[in-house]
Design a protein around this ligand. Structure first.
Ligand SMILES: NC(=O)c1ccc[n+]([C@@H]2O[C@H](COP(=O)([O-])OP(=O)(O)OC[C@H]3O[C@@H](n4cnc5c(N)ncnc54)[C@H](O)[C@@H]3O)[C@@H](O)[C@H]2O)c1
Ligand SMILES: OC[C@H](O)C(O)[C@@H](O)CO
Ligand SMILES: [Zn+2]
Ligand SMILES: [Zn+2]
Length: 409
């Protein structure tokens, strides 16, 4: 057994890097050794203690459970945030159910959650950008910001090899009552943006990063594949950007119906599993066509924002594009996939991908505050912190019809 573990983990993987400026605060091996770190059984009094630092975590044994963590104090440069709203992301569910995403492996009890907003309750020495009482969104990916880091230097900090992404093993997440965060990575919320919306700014940041790099322009005909939370925030953002028309696909009519409540004139295609990508693409093009209008009628749409990561859906997106179109993949899928190479080449279709985001939070908050994007309808289920395990069960059960499940405190 690894010497660093007390809970029986056999194969401890040390963090790929140990950024000294994070000290032991963000190393779960150290946190789990803390005497106050304790797994809570149902009925434990701490679950009803409003001051306990309750945290929801996943384990290598594919459990999701509550733990009690020590309440952090603010070190220089940090702020302590009382987390008020956290959304459950598909990746949280994936870490719980499958224990890894690519090379990121759950090797110990690992706190969940990276879509959070809350109130600053303490600040450490030298913090000037936020004050006690400020309402903030928490940017969960904290890059090193060091001068020797090429990706931090050029502003593409989502590629920082020393990034601490809270909730991605080995770092605990923000689905906790009190979270210590480098203050520079907190974004103040204007009075008209709620904690709930501040939390949904995280998936919105993913969509905005994609739209930014995809180069979506006013009047582009856009296909959005998948009407899950990422597809739906992409839909809202694409509409705010002036995409017209927009077609959205899904396997479930209920999700397409939800998309229509957000953007009533979005065109929908409910995919039947027996359709080939070529057949689905014909339906997409038919849905997008505007009689007598050049564009789709010349062979397909201009841009696809692919929000499933499923191979057949990416293939559909490729077949739906006209010459010079672009398939922009936000979805995360199988490690190996195959695409119609000849078609992509013959039609000069660009393929592009997105990994998290950089510098999108300020934009996301402005778009919400200015009323260009309304995130409120996306939150369909709310649970108190001590019921976070039930929240996970609802988020993972498609029959519950949830779009975004939040834990609020
Ligand atoms: N690139 C990034 O940085 C990043 C960040 C966050 C999430 N993601 C990824 O984005 C994707 C979407 O996230 P989500 O939270 O919306 O997930 P989700 O699973 O809730 O939604 C996916 C939707 O796609 C639909 N779908 C599945 N197969 C389909 C197909 N063949 N054609 C059309 N629709 C299909 C599903 O029915 C579902 O409604 C996931 O793969 C997730 O891992 C990527
Ligand atoms: O929203 C951000 C994504 O969920 C993360 O990148 C995820 O993959 C965990 O690392
Ligand atoms: Zn996420
Ligand atoms: Zn860096």
């Amino acid at each position: 057994m690894c010497q660093n573990h007390t809970n029986g983990s056999a194969n401890c993987a040390a963090p790929a890097t140990s950024p000294t400026f994070y000290e032991d605060r963000y190393d779960p091996r150290k946190v789990s050794l803390h005497p106050e770190f304790r797994v809570l059984q149902p009925g434990d009094a701490a679950l009803d203690d409003p001051k306990a630092n309750l945290t929801c975590a996943y384990t290598p044994q594919h459990e999701v459970l509550m733990v009690n963590k020590p309440v952090p104090t603010a070190r220089p440069g940090e702020a302590i945030v009382h987390v008020k709203a956290t959304g459950i992301c598909g990746s949280d569910v994936h870490f719980w159910k499958h224990g890894h995403i690519g090379p990121m492996v759950v090797t110990d009890i690992n706190g969940a959650g990276h879509e959070s907003a809350g109130e600053v309750i303490a600040i450490g020495q030298g913090v000037t950008n936020v004050a006690v009482g400020d309402r903030v969104a928490i940017e969960a990916g904290v890059p090193c910001g060091e001068a020797d880091c090429y990706y931090c230097r050029i502003g593409r900090y989502n590629a920082c090899p020393r990034v601490v992404f809270f909730s991605t093993p080995p770092y605990h997440g923000t689905l906790t009552r009190y979270h210590a965060h480098p203050a520079a990575w907190l974004h103040k919320l204007p009075d008209n943006v709620s904690f709930e919306e501040g939390s949904v700014c995280e998936p919105l940041a993913v969509a905005l990063a994609g739209i930014d790099r995809a180069g979506l322009k006013l009047g582009d005909e856009v296909l959005i594949c998948g009407a899950g939370p990422i597809g739906l925030v992409s839909l809202l953002a694409a509409r705010a950007c002036g995409a017209a028309p927009i077609v959205i696909t899904d396997l479930f009519q209920s999700r397409l119906d939800f998309a229509k409540t957000l953007v009533p004139n979005v065109r929908t295609v409910k995919i039947e599993k027996c359709w080939t990508p070529e057949q689905t693409a014909e339906k997409v093009k038919a849905a997008a066509a505007t009689p007598g209008c050049a564009g789709v009628n010349e062979g397909g749409l201009r841009l696809a924002l692919e929000c499933t990561g499923v191979e057949s859906s990416i293939r559909t997106a490729i077949h739906s594009m006209r010459f010079g179109g672009k398939v922009f993949v936000i979805g995360v899928g199988g490690d190996e996939q195959s695409y119609p190479f000849g078609l992509v080449g013959a039609r000069e279709i660009d393929l592009q991908y997105q990994y998290r985001y950089a510098e999108q939070y300020p934009k996301a908050i402005r778009l919400v505050s200015e009323g260009l994007i309304n995130l409120k309808p996306l939150v369909t289920h709310r649970f108190p912190l001590n019921k976070a395990v039930q929240a996970f069960q609802v988020a993972a059960d498609p029959t519950q019809g949830a779009i975004k499940v939040q834990i609020q405190d």
